[in-house]
Design a protein around this ligand. Sequence first.
Ligand code: KG4
Ligand code: ZN
Length: 337
Amino acid sequence: MNVLAFESSCDETGVALVSYAGHARPQLLAHALHSQIKMHEAYGGVVPELASRDHVRRVLPLTRQVLADAQLSLDAVDVVAFTQGPGLAGALLVGAGVACALAAALGKPTLGVHHLEGHLLSPFLSADPPEFPFVALLVSGGHTQLMRVDGVGRYELLGETIDDAAGEAFDKSAKLLGLGYPGGPALSQLAQQGNPQAFDLPRPLLHQPNLDFSFAGLKTAVLTTLKRLGPDVTDAQRADVAASTQAAIVEVLVKKSLKALKATGLKRLVIAGGVGANAGLRAQLNEAAQRHRFRVHYPELHLCTDNGAMIALAAAMRLQAGLAHAGTDYRFDVRPR
Ligand code: KG4
Ligand code: ZN
């Protein structure tokens, strides 16, 4: 089964072709991605109208590129998948509209995919794919969740953020440090030159018995710290703030993940979503995995943030598991929330 998929939920246009036979491992035949980050940078965040228009501009050239890279024609496509939500309504409609129009023209069925399920299953495209069951830590710009995953479509929410997501905490703190948008990668880079113990930033809910998170207080603490340092703040002090911020976020993510493993008795942890690219998080999780004897699996670094490959994969896995049916009604209804 060859699945062609479109991801356009936010500020990346992703197109990918995945082949999956069920028994063998899923194969990423080709994928192409265009990031709009440069375009939105000037505004300090994603401008929805600009995002939609840019998806329109990029989606067909990227599709041609994917087919050329895979050396396949559209005839070889069995199912056309698209991100149905959550995301920006106008942006989602571009991917959904193109997917349904293309499928209708080809007489092929379509399948809408939940963006987070794409992230969650993305480690199955890595060289070291996990086995079920596992605990998943989903850390993106909009979500922070711990889940018990027993199989495709068998997800139990164990805990989640009660306010900001981990990626949001990175982005908002980075903005306060004047690091632009999205700030996660930039903050992470600056943190490498700083002392993570320089400032004692809050780690909310860390010692609560539940598996929920709260990151809203962190940006306030970062703001207070920067105000205290004043306008003469040195580069070294800014690096210390970055390192301390990252340390606070990472400690909470690692400790709550350990708690989830303990509560479920599982020995496998899967990381997914953009924050999963964070080098500090990966280093601490790898160390914890050695110390506490569990396995940790990540998506390939370039598939941590939004991409079409994870959407094609999730569609293929759902279809192979018999959990979804690709239809031919071509109703491209999207679900922004
Ligand atoms: O999964 P994703 O691409 O989009 C959503 O579905 O939200 O995640 C984007 C988030 C942003 O908040 C970004 O700052 C963060 O992931 N991120 C990082 C890193 N790379 C991306 N945060 C920390 N360190 C990184 N290296
Ligand atoms: Zn995402």
